[in-house]
Design a protein around this ligand. Structure first.
Ligand SMILES: [Zn+2]
Length: 419
């Protein structure tokens, strides 16, 4: 008798596991599938995957399906931000130096759990987190906590500590006799192999290198690594199956990173047609991080009613050149410099800087998934892919601001937000 009861208890507890949830049918006005928009489509989700997507009269709906009507809304793939920092918060709250040097690691991780939730609920279901900025391997632990369902958050690809050339990073400008902890791993020459391998052992999905930084006499960014050093990083990481991403703002830093064939270049503020053409030729993607540039200008006192500062004007020129060179634009905002949960800002600025809303959305879905080697899992509304889906009020293809009105968020078939 007792055994029978036990079996019944086990069966009933099984019935509430996600795999046994009834299928879900999403019925919006339209679906953006990662490439193009379809009016009158529906999306059927079973378990953690998209079971079908297509015209309402062509999709066979199981009898037990739960229907979620989304009138006036658009369903899209969960958005991707290819440049985030969960372990940073806006610099107008606390300067970067103080975050790195004065905030206890546990405080930074607690903040990051809030950041992860805010980004997920604002529609971002995948982030490539590009450096813990002094918080060591904390990003690996946060990723693990999300995967185990301990905290809600986006899927993460993490870069751990990132790599900088000796003396090229920050916190900086201390008396030369002090050795101040840095926001990334310092390494040079042959030692780069060891540091790449250590970071991969620690859990790095991607290796991030700062190809240039402001350092040395005078102002402004300068190349930090030789081309041979960059190649050594890329080759060492590639052998272990880890792609490399480069921070580069100067033309020479970008040129060397492209010649070393990193997979994406971040920022690219001083890029011109020649260097963007080189990137296009080498298949190197571009994360413009416009929202970080804009936030930095705002923190320095700029407001929209004032003439655009030189840095933003320069960025407009760079974007024009990147589009002319047909570089793959990947949505990457540097979120953390500005508030987590405000990731739509980058897409608004991509449109402001010359992309169509559809192109901006591709940069945050199908194109980003491809750039991150995730196209077989996410970035499109297609049968067989993971059910990372969002619904927004209105049509973001006509007005990108619709991305502010996220009404539904589903990650791997689990609803985190619904109307
Ligand atoms: Zn960054």
């Amino acid at each position: 008798m007792t055994r029978v009861v036990l079996v019944l208890v086990l069966l009933s507890s099984l019935s509430v596991s996600p795999a046994a949830e009834p299928p879900v049918l999403l019925k919006p006005d339209r679906v953006f599938d990662g490439t193009t928009t379809h009016a009158g489509w529906v999306v059927l989700v079973a378990g953690d995957k998209i079971a079908a997507a297509g015209p309402a009269d062509k999709v066979e709906v199981p009898k037990d399906a739960r229907v979620i009507a989304l009138p006036g809304m658009t369903v899209l793939p969960g958005l991707i931000d290819a440049h985030s920092h969960l372990l940073l918060h806006p610099y107008n709250e606390t300067p970067w130096d103080d975050q790195v040097l004065k905030e206890p690691l546990a405080e930074r991780v607690c903040r990051a759990t809030n950041h992860a939730r805010a980004n997920l609920l604002s529609g971002f279901t995948t982030l490539r987190d590009l450096g813990s900025e002094g918080a060591g391997y904390a990003d690996v632990g946060i990723k693990s906590a999300i995967e185990k369902g301990i905290i809600p958050g986006p899927r993460l690809l993490v870069a751990t500590k990132a790599i900088v050339a000796t003396g090229s990073y920050a916190p900086r400008a201390f008396a030369p006799e002090w050795r101040v902890p840095q926001g990334a791993d310092e390494a040079d020459g042959a030692n780069l192999r060891t540091v790449v391998r250590e970071q991969i052992r620690g859990g790095a999905d991607w290796i991030k290198v700062y190809a240039d930084t402001p350092h040395g006499p005078g102002r402004g960014a300068k190349p930090a690594f030789s081309l041979d050093e960059l190649k050594l990083i890329v080759e060492t990481a590639r052998d272990a199956g880890a792609p490399t991403v480069a921070h580069a703002t100067t033309k020479e830093g970008m040129r060397r990173a492209a010649l070393a064939v990193v997979e994406t270049i971040e920022h690219g503020s001083d890029g011109d047609l020649e260097v963007f053409r080189l990137m296009a030729e080498k298949g190197v993607g571009f994360c413009p991080t416009l929202a970080a540039d804009e936030a930095t200008a705002r923190y320095a006192g700029w407001t929209r009613d004032k003439p655009e500062p030189a840095r933003l004007k320069g960025k407009r020129e760079a974007m024009k050149a990147a589009l002319e060179a047909k570089v793959t634009i990947v949505n990457g905002s540097d979120i953390g410099v500005f508030a987590h949960g405000d990731g739509a800002r980058e897409l608004e600025l991509l449109v402001d800087f010359g992309l169509t809303p559809t192109a901006a959305l591709r940069a945050a879905t199908a194109d980003a998934a491809k750039a991150l080697h995730l196209e077989k899992k996410v970035g499109a509304v297609k049968a067989g892919l993971l059910a990372d889906l969002i619904a927004v009020e209105g049509d973001p293809m006509t007005d990108v601001k619709a991305l502010r009105a996220v009404k539904l968020v589903m990650k791997g078939g689990v609803l985190h937000k619904q109307p």
